[in-house]
Structures are given as C-alpha cells and as structure tokens.
Design a protein around this ligand. Sequence first.
Ligand code: SF4
Length: 339
Amino acid sequence: MITAEELKVKWLADRRKGIGGSDVAAVFGEKYGCPRALFLDKTGVEPDYEHTEASLDLFDRGHSLEPLIADRFQRETGLAVRRMPSRVSKDRPWMRVNVDRIILSSAELGPEFEGPGYLECKSADREVFFEMRAHGMPEHYILQLQHGLAVTGWGWGAFAVLEPYTFKFLHFKVKRDERLIDVIKQVEEVFWKRVKAGDIPDKLEDFNDSRCQNCGYRLSCRNAEALPKEKKRKRIYEPDDSEEMDIIVGNIKMLDASIEEAEAQRKIERQKAVILMGDREAILVSGQGKKLLNSMRSGRQSWDTKALDTEQPQLAARYKRRGEAYSVLLMYDVNGNDE
Ligand code: SF4
C-alpha cells in the first residue's frame, strides 16, 4: 500500500503538470492561497523556507481520514462510492483533478442528480465544522468542487465533512454551476498562460498577511523581511498525569465542544426566526413568553489603532490605557502552536 509520504511526493510531482482542485484557492487568491506562491510551485521552484509542522500534519490527517469519511458518506446516504484515478480535462489538459471518490449514479436521486457525482472529503476542526454547518462551505471549497465538476464533466457533487474529535459528520449535495465553472475556466486559463510565459504574479501587499507568514517561499519572495525573528523562549510543559487533572481537562474539552455547538445552533435558530418574521418588525410568541423585535442598528464603531499608532503616535500614547494584568488559562492541542 502506498504510504502518505510516497503519496505526497507523487502528488507534488503531479501538481506541476497543471491546475488541480486544491490549487483553485490560490489561483483566485482566496483564503490561504497566493497566486505568486502557486506560480513558483508550478514552475518547479523549490521552497526556501520550511513549512510549518501544522501544515504537514493537516495533509496527513486529510489523507488518513479520507477512506473513513468516504465510508461514512456511503453508510449515511446509501450511495455507493468508488476510488478512481486522477482525471484530466478533455479540452484543457492543464485542468486536472484528484477525485476523492466517484459517487455511482443512482436512479433514486431523481433527474436533478443524474449520472455519477464527485465526492469531496474534508476533515475540519470543531470551530470550522460548526461554521460550515451554520453558514455553508467556504468559497475556496466551493471553487474546488466546481473545478472538479468542470474537469470530470459530471453534473453534481457532494461534500462530506468529518470533525475528528467528536466524529460529528455532515454531508450535502451540490449541483453543477455552469456560470461559476465558466469563470473558473477563464481565470485558470489566464493563470496557466502566465505560468507558461514565465510572467510571475505580484507579491501580496502586506507581509503581515498570514499567507506570507506561513509561505514556503517567504525568504526569496520577501528577502530580508522574512529573516527569522528573534528566537522565542522555549516553553517547558511540566507533565501532570494525575487523574484529577485528566478529568478536569476532559470536562473542559467536552464543555467547549457543547458551547461551540450550541452557539452555532443558536445562530441558525435566530436566522430561521428572522426569515419567518419576514417584513414584520415585532412579534409576540406567547407560548414562550417572548417578544421578538427585528430592528436595524447602525454598524459597530471601531478604531484603526494600528493606523493611529503609526500616524498619530503621540496622540495614541496620550490616550491609550492598559488594564491591570490578569491571568487566563489557555488550552492548546499537544502538537499545536502555543504562541
Ligand atoms: S511570501 Fe507572500 S507574496 Fe510571496 S509568494 Fe509567499 S504568500 Fe505570496
């Protein structure tokens, strides 16, 4: 069986042959993606700065959980899924996709979801998972799935998402969006022409952009700016394997999970109430002893303290106040970043 390390090497070699599903975010400059970094990758430039452990762990996590997610999707939907080799677009050979799984066609799905479907398997941390459940998939995942449909030519796909800590799971079907696919094809074509012509995209404007801070090309792309900063003190964690502490931390984890879930659910219910109220400004729900008022408020005021510090440093120093120091308990995953 192919190991995660071998798969990663093959995946890196294959991705230089064209634009794959996981590249679309970078082509569009969405979320974690940067067109310049993608250009450097596609033109075979070796990264000059180490990737963070976290990004490698996430790749391994996604690869290891994929069969489990596909299996769960199959069990929960009753739809059969199969592995399949990567696919290349017929009319645009530089458009490619690694299909997580093909969903075999099923007459039970009706005419809207005819033919085979494209399954995109994702694993997501609690916060991201509840965000997806409350507000739908983020743009870069939508682009990724529609890219997959553009390459395969299939009419529909589905997301299957697992939250690995509580094993909560969600899945839903998505139809092919011809207008979005046209945009994806156009933007990817422009990008691929630039790759072939050696026309490197501009740097992102702000080096403080988190994409730059974690980029494998940050040394050559940002030169001196990327030189390692002063070394931070290495924190020592003293082991505490007492039963009492184990129970307390377990309780905190459980409560954190329920609070996040309850908050996500609360958001959904509030949105449902607003939709149900329609044009009505105020309603009385006597069964629950509550009055609901849907009123417009002016936007929250905020200060650009960064600009104030830079442009008016004296004024900022004069009026800035710092409260008394207080202690706060922070909790990180064992392999997580605690900075
Ligand atoms: S350092 Fe920033 S601008 Fe340069 S390639 Fe990386 S993400 Fe893009």
